[in-house]
Structure formats: C-alpha cells, structure tokens
Design a protein around this ligand. Structure first.
Ligand SMILES: Cc1ncc(C[n+]2csc(CCOP(=O)(O)OP(=O)(O)O)c2C)c(N)n1
Ligand SMILES: [Mg+2]
Length: 560
C-alpha cells in the first residue's frame, strides 16, 4: 500500500471526483493540499478575494452541474468566503469548500487566525465538518462531495487542520460511482399517474419549470412532455433555456409569464419554489383561485410550503418527468387541443414585439433596451451570458434569449446577492473555453469583484464584460424615485462618481477596455473586445431615464 500525507490523500480524493479546476486564495494552512492538486495536473485559479473563489466555484457548479471546488485560507479567509456560501446555498449549487485550521492540539487555545469554522458556516452549508485524523481525510472528502451533490445540491465545508494534512496515511482510492447513487428519487407511481391525469384533462395547462429541471438535466423530458401535452412552458432562474425560448411552447420568463399563469386551470410546477418571484404561489393577480397545482421537487420541504397542492411529488425532475412521459405513452394519453397553447404563445409574442419596438432607439445616452438588443444580435448561438445587477438583470431577462440550458446564468440567484458576476463568468469561460462568455453587469455590481480582472488577465481567461453603466445603483434609485417622485431623494446613496472610467480601470489591470456612448458603436466595440483576445470591459454609458419592470414591481412592495 502506498504511504501518503493526508494532504496528498485529500488531493487524490478530490481528483477522483474528476475535478480539473479549483479556485483558491491560498495560505500555509491549505498549501499542502494545493501542492497535491498542482502535482496531479489540476488547474488552479488563484483569485484576489476569497468571496471570488467561492463565487467562481459556485459558477463552475452552475455552469457544469458538477461540484465547484474552492480552497481558502483558515480563519479570515473563510470569513471572506461566507457570502459566496450563502449565495450557493440559495442557488442550490454544489460547492465543496476546503479550509485549513490550526493544529488539533491548539484547539480552543486562541491560536492565531483560528475560528470555529464549522459553527460559522452552519446556516449556509448543507454539511460542514472537521476532519481529525490523516487516515480519515479521503473518506471526509468523499462525504463532502456526496453531500454537495445529493438531493438538492448545495455548498459544504470541510475543515482540515494543518497537522492532519501533514500526517501520513495509506491510500484507499474510490470513484464516485462507489459512493453516490446513480439516480435521484423517482416519485411515487400513484402520484405520477394522478399528475398525468390532471394534465391530460386540463383545459388550460401550464408548466412552470425552475432550476431543478436544469440541475437534473431534464430539458429533453420537459420539452417532450410539453409537446405531448400541448402545454406552454414558463421558466425561471436556471430553468430558462430548458425549453428553447424560440420553441412554439415557450412563454419565456416566469415573471413575465404571470399574465398567462393566471389563466391556467392546471399548473405543473417542476423544480421551482413558490417564492416571492412567483407571488408565493397564492398572489391573486397571478393565479386563478381554483388552479390545481402539481408540485414536483427534489426537496420535499418546499412542496405545499407556501400554497396547497393537488399532487405533491418528491423526486428528481428528470426521473419524474420521464415517468410521466412513460405513463402517458403506455396509457396512450395525450392532449390534442392546441388552442390554449397557441393563444398564450401569441400573447407572449405580442409582448415581446412591444419590447422590440422600445429597443428601436438611437438615443444618447443609450437606451438600455437598445444595448440589450445589440448584445443579443451580436452574440453567437452558443454564447453564454452571466447577468449581474439590478435594472441590468431586469433588462437582460427581457431581451436576451436562452436557447439551451445554462445559456443565461443570473449571477445573483434567489439570494439576490450582487457582485458574483465576474467570478462566475470566469468559471464559465474556464468550463467552456470555446464559447464567448459575456458578463452583463450593472456598474455598481461590477465594482464588488471587478478587481478579479487581474486574475482573468494573469490566467488568460478572456471574459467580455459589458457594463450597463448608469453611474448609479439604478434599481435602488428608480424604486425610490417611483415611490417618492423626488429626484433628490432618489439620488440619496445611489449615485456613483461621474469621473469613473472603466476602460482605464480595465487597462490598468492589463485587460482591454473601451467606453461606448453611441448605440451604433456597441457592436464594433464588442468585436474589438473579442479580437483583443484579452479579458475586456466595454463600459457602455446608458440612460438613467428608464424604469425597469422590476423597479416598478419593487416600488409597489413594502420592502422596495
Ligand atoms: C450584495 C448586495 N448589496 C446590495 C444589494 C441591494 N441592491 C439590489 S439592486 C442594487 C443596485 C444595483 O446597481 P447596479 O449593479 O449598478 O445595477 P443597475 O440597477 O444600475 O442596473 C442594490 C444596491 C444586493 N442585492 N446585494
Ligand atoms: Mg447601475
């Protein structure tokens, strides 16, 4: 048997998970593991802030549906990681975070930089543990990956004290197939039958597909079921693109689709939570009072949580949708009536055309609608978009289209935490180097992690950042303006220094940078950014005149 250090055993167990890229901000407390990974040929992306390491690991998880790994310094490094763990936790993204700790015999002795890591991350991880002996390390690493990937995915933390890393053990190699289930829960057959019966007998059915469809890789089953049952599909978060937006049965983003949800008599909600974006499932302006809801989710705790359901199915979206299809096909059940689907799609197209008209503007400063359209027209079919910001997110979801799963990643996810855009884009570009990856970011959001351009330049990760620059925390500004009618009040705490030049900021870090002020210059500037072969920032100056739909919705809520 081969004798190894604990750190080498950790590296081997991580590599056994097919991890080829990790994100880190290192110190001595984790360097032995990093050494093991580097010696094993793993790509190490070393960033400028631990939050970015965590956000990038989350981005890797979201872009690839495989675990994103980050290693951060003990104590203060882990403190900086916390927002990224919270973000990944809400997004259900599989992040395996590893940190060091003071030697075990200094435990609770006020060792320098030592904190109670497990306790600190408890609320924002699915699982967190300290590994106490070198021989247990590989087992703990496997446990960490299993927890991150099982059921509803999410972040985990493994703390490995330095003496445990440098101690020795013997190698016991396993592959994930040895310790992970090959499929998720399938859902109860009687519930599946009930769900299909409801769907087939519905007059106005709608499917609401959330991130759970994406995580389960269930896009094919979703589209097939929708086609068999002539049922329109609205998507939210990572569900977007699980049915191509150009498909005749797509009615786009769930938030816009609320207009159509109201007409539904049966709603199949799969892999989505009835949270505030979905009016908690009860909002009278969004849902008919007597709509029958089938709720399918990998997390049984969300079923029936905010609204009663007709049928609740605990299961993996792919397994359940496949079983629904099987049952429908073997029982020769399908819907023939296409009239509701056609009517709803026509309504969706009419709304979309309205937005297109609004983007037909030569105004300077550039109208945000126009910027979004230019960007959509410029991008290639396989390009990916990562979106970060307030109004910027709202405009992006209106104008950018997802034709495949994961084409648009909303960096904030359900937590709404701004600033993860650049690290997530870097991870997406590392995962798909052949694709153009555009970060579409608000100016405010870009500032949180903009310094990671240094990482992108140093490690040659040519992400193209398009800053929708209104020199403001635009969403906060607009919401206040709508609420108070006062420009003076709206400006309080929301305006950014007009001397800011993000082209120069980018250039100072070795990236390509340009400022664009006229709409006709957007596409040529994007082309120059790509041709530079470098990470790039195209700082597009947009008008602050226009209120996004999101600001209007928020202004009507008490918390807005
Ligand atoms: C980390 C974090 N801090 C604050 C907020 C509150 N917030 C939501 S939207 C927004 C403004 C975003 O400004 P910007 O990125 O410039 O995008 P814009 O709305 O101008 O398009 C703020 C501050 C948040 N969601 N996350
Ligand atoms: Mg802004």
């Amino acid at each position: 048997m081969t004798e190894l250090t604990g750190a080498q055993a950790a590296a081997r167990a991580i590599m056994a998970e097919n991890v080829n890229t990790v994100f880190t901000l290192a110190d001595g407390s984790i360097l032995p593991i990093l050494d093991g990974l580097i010696d094993g040929g793993v790509n190490v992306i070393d960033v400028r802030h631990e939050q970015a390491a965590g956000n990038a690991a989350d981005g890797w998880g979201r872009a690839t549906c495989t675990p994103g790994v980050c290693l951060v310094a003990m104590g203060p490094g882990l403190v900086n990681l916390l927002p990224a763990l919270a973000q990944a936790y809400h997004a259900g993204s599989p992040v395996v975070a590893i940190t060091g700790a003071a030697p075990l015999d200094m435990y609770e002795m006020d060792a320098f930089e030592d904190i109670d890591a497990v306790k600190m991350v408890e609320s924002y991880t699915k699982w967190a543990a300290r590994c106490r002996t070198s021989k247990e390390i590989a087992r703990y690493v496997r446990l960490a990956f299993s927890h991150a990937m099982s059921g509803k995915k999410g972040p985990v933390l493994l703390e490995i004290p330095k003496d445990v890393q440098v101690g020795t053990c013997t190698a016991v190699d396993c592959s994930p197939a040895d310790y992970r289930p090959s499929a998720g829960p399938t859902g109860s057959p009687s519930a599946i039958k009930k769900a299909v019966d409801l769907l087939v007998n519905a007059e106005r059915p709608v499917i609401l597909a959330g991130s759970g469809v994406y995580w389960a890789g269930a896009s094919k089953e979703l589209v097939e079921l929708a086609e068999l049952m002539k049922t329109p599909v609205a998507c939210e978060f990572l569900g977007l693109g699980c049915i191509p937006q150009s498909h005749d049965l797509s009615i786009g983003n769930a938030i816009l689709a609320t207009l159509f949800l109201r007409q539904a008599d049966v709603m199949i909600t799969v892999g989505a939570r009835f949270d505030s974006f979905l009016g908690f499932g009860t909002d009278a302006s969004t849902y008919a009072e007597d709509v029958k809801v089938v709720h399918i989710d990998i997390d049984p705790s969300v079923i029936g949580k905010n609204r009663p359901v007709e049928v609740g199915i605990h299961g993996d979206a792919k397994e359940v949708l496949a079983s629904m299809l099987d049952f429908a096909k073997t029982s020769k059940l399908k819907r023939e009536d296409t009239s509701f689907a056609e009517q709803v799609r026509a309504g969706y197209q009419m709304i979309s055309e309205g937005f297109e008209e609004e983007s037909d503007s030569d105004e300077v400063p550039i109208r945000p609608h126009r910027l979004m359209r230019e960007l959509r027209e410029f991008a290639k079919p396989e390009s990916m978009f990562v979106i970060d910001g307030g109004d910027t997110t709202a405009w992006s979801f209106l104008y950018l289209h997802a034709e495949f799963p994961g084409q648009i990643i909303g960096a904030q996810g359900p937590l709404g935490h701004l600033g993860a855009g650049l690290p997530i884009s870097m991870a997406a570009k590392k995962a798909y180097p052949e694709r153009d990856v555009f970060l579409v970011s608000g100016d405010g959001s870009f500032f949180f992690n903009g310094v990671e351009l240094e990482t992108a330049v140093r490690l040659n990760i040519p992400v193209i950042t398009v800053v929708c620059n209104d020199l403001a925390w635009g969403l906060v500004y607009h919401t206040r303006k709508i609420k108070t009618g006062s420009e003076e009040l709206a400006r309080r705490g929301t305006i950014i220094n007009e001397h800011v030049k993000l082209d120069q900021f980018a250039q100072s870090l070795g990236a390509y940078g340009e400022i664009v002020t006229k709409p006709e210059d957007i596409k040529p500037a994007l082309q120059r950014a790509i041709d530079s072969g470098k990470p790039a920032v195209v700082d597009v100056r947009i008008s602050r005149e226009y209120e996004s739909l999101l600001s209007q919705v928020l202004a009507a809520t008490p918390e807005g």
